[in-house]
Design a protein. Structure first.
Length: 245
């Protein structure tokens, strides 16, 4: 599975052009692909990709169903706009918008209840890695979210080391694999049957040139792509790197 996180980038015309580019790029059928445009462009991208096997995801959602929550968007609104997926707990939301582990859990639960697939992000900062806290940080984030949802295999987990996001510094395949194997082990301890069914994506400076090696690791099931998802050809090349024979 490969998901593209467009973040707060683009314009109406860019969203249309990128959608057309994705249609022309003929993404591989055997890889589940998802694009996550900003809220205002969800409908137009969903419309443009209606006949393509490309999922549409939002970059966040609120856990309440409706009411006086100015600026927020509900799961029903997302499904109305053609969404199948939603990114939850991205490190930018955790760091810049004070999103708590508890909120991440409630959002993931609300998404699953609405039939959306949450792509739940976890990852450590550079300071935490240097202090040797990586696995403990991941465990705490996973514990909070798995306490809030029933079937973790219905969600997607994205391991995104904060120090690798948008920096050009990718985790080495070995560094990523170590954390991915740990995440799968965490899920196995909760429910052995779900561990192998749960998709665990790697995110953080994935590019066409490094994707195949990352995706070749046993516990890396695909990627969550930021910058490289803004170019249809790069995104398509990364999707092709996820094809397994
Ligand atoms: P990047 O972003 O690929 O630009 O590093 C990844 C992400 O934040 O999901």
């Amino acid at each position: 599975m490969v998901a593209g996180n467009w973040k707060m980038n683009g314009s109406l015309s860019m969203a249309s052009a990128l959608s057309t580019g994705l249609l022309d790029a003929a993404l591989p059928q055997s890889v589940e692909t998802v694009v996550c445009p900003p809220f205002p462009y969800l409908t137009i991208v969903a419309e443009a990709l209606r006949d393509a096997a490309i999922g549409i995801g939002a970059q966040d959602v609120y856990f309440e169903s409706d009411g006086a929550f100015t600026g927020e968007v509900s799961t029903t609104m997302l499904t109305d706009c053609g969404c199948s997926h939603v990114i939850i707990g991205h490190s930018e939301r955790r760091a810049l918008f004070a999103e708590s582990d508890e909120a991440v859990g409630r959002k993931a639960d609300a998404a699953l209840t609405a039939g959306l697939t949450p792509i739940i992000c976890v990852g450590e900062t550079l300071e935490q890695r240097e202090r040797g806290e990586t696995l403990a940080v991941i465990d705490a984030m996973l514990a909070a979210v798995t306490a809030a949802i029933c079937n973790v295999a219905d969600a997607v987990i994205a391991y995104e080391p904060v120090w690798a996001i948008g920096t050009g510094v990718t985790a080495s395949p070995e560094q990523a694999q170590e954390v991915h194997a740990h995440i799968r082990g965490f899920i196995r301890n909760l429910d052995a049957g779900q561990a192998d069914r749960t998709r665990i994506l790697y995110g953080g400076s994935v590019k066409p040139g490094n994707a195949a090696e990352l995706f070749g690791q046993p516990d890396i099931d695909g990627g969550l792509i930021g910058g490289a998802a803004l170019k249809a050809e790069d995104f398509a090349a990364i999707c092709r790197a996820a094809v397994t024979d």
